[in-house]
Design a protein around this ligand. Structure first.
Ligand code: 0O2
Length: 205
């Protein structure tokens, strides 16, 4: 089953279609960054990265979601085969970027999740937007979904370390690890807000 998924998901045409959709979204995000940077006279987006989900991660996610491990199930069910991560300097920048994405007429926001207002049980914070990008080839247009994860520099620090130590790993079962990683996420959120307050005081000067 997994071999068949690999055979189809790793064909150049499928990979290039997702890559094209990500290029379109990344180009848009660069324009959004330039616009916001000019508007606020400071850099808003610190970094951006893009990836196509690896076949083994796709297979594992389908199993996690109780789906068949097939190409069709992957394309139909998973919103993050193509993913872009946007890391902002401050936590309010996340919403500036999300609003700007929503305002783009050529990107359709299909789904949103706000794990900043409502962090996950693990402590994970980010805003996720699933956008549909029209991709036309030989007169045929299809909508390709791209997940945009938007988070602050501090949230990204937590998520990266959590990814290395706990997420999808059994470390969370070790006594106190789950509780501590959640507590550190709360500390990070507090510092993030304090930095924002400080920036606002400086801006008022
Ligand atoms: P990877 O390896 O990062 O790609 P949907 O299908 O849109 O309804 P989905 O994808 O099932 O939603 O779930 P969710 O929670 O909205 O988003 C999942 C992604 O968020 C994960 O992708 C991670 O990138 C990130 N994430 C969610 N929870 C955590 C967490 O506790 N810690 C960390 N570090 N990241 C988290 P994948 O595919 O699971 O992993």
């Amino acid at each position: 089953m997994e071999d068949k998924l690999k055979e189809r998901i790793e064909t150049p045409m499928v990979q290039l279609t997702y890559a094209y959709a990500m290029d379109v979204v990344q180009a848009k995000l660069r324009m959004i960054n330039a616009d916001l940077t000019e508007q606020f006279s400071r850099q808003v987006i610190r970094s951006m990265s893009a990836r196509i989900k690896k076949t083994d991660s796709i297979a594992k996610k389908l199993v996690r979601k109780g789906r068949e491990v097939t190409f069709e199930a992957a394309v139909d069910t998973l919103n993050d085969i193509a993913g872009i991560r946007v890391v902002c300097y401050f936590c309010d920048d996340i919403y500036q970027v999300a609003d700007a994405v929503r305002a783009q007429k050529d990107l359709k926001v299909l789904k949103e999740k706000d794990y900043v207002k409502q962090p996950k049980k693990s402590g994970y914070q980010s805003v996720h937007l699933i956008v549909g990008v029209p991709v036309t080839y030989k007169g045929q247009t299809k909508e390709v979904r791209v997940e945009i994860q938007i988070r602050s520099f501090a949230m990204d620090y937590w998520a990266e370390l959590d990814n290395q130590m706990c997420y999808k790993k059994s470390a969370g079962q070790i006594e106190n690890v789950e509780r501590k990683i959640k507590a550190y996420s709360d500390v990070i959120a507090k510092v993030d807000n304090q930095m924002l307050e400080l920036r606002r005081r400086i801006e008022k000067m």
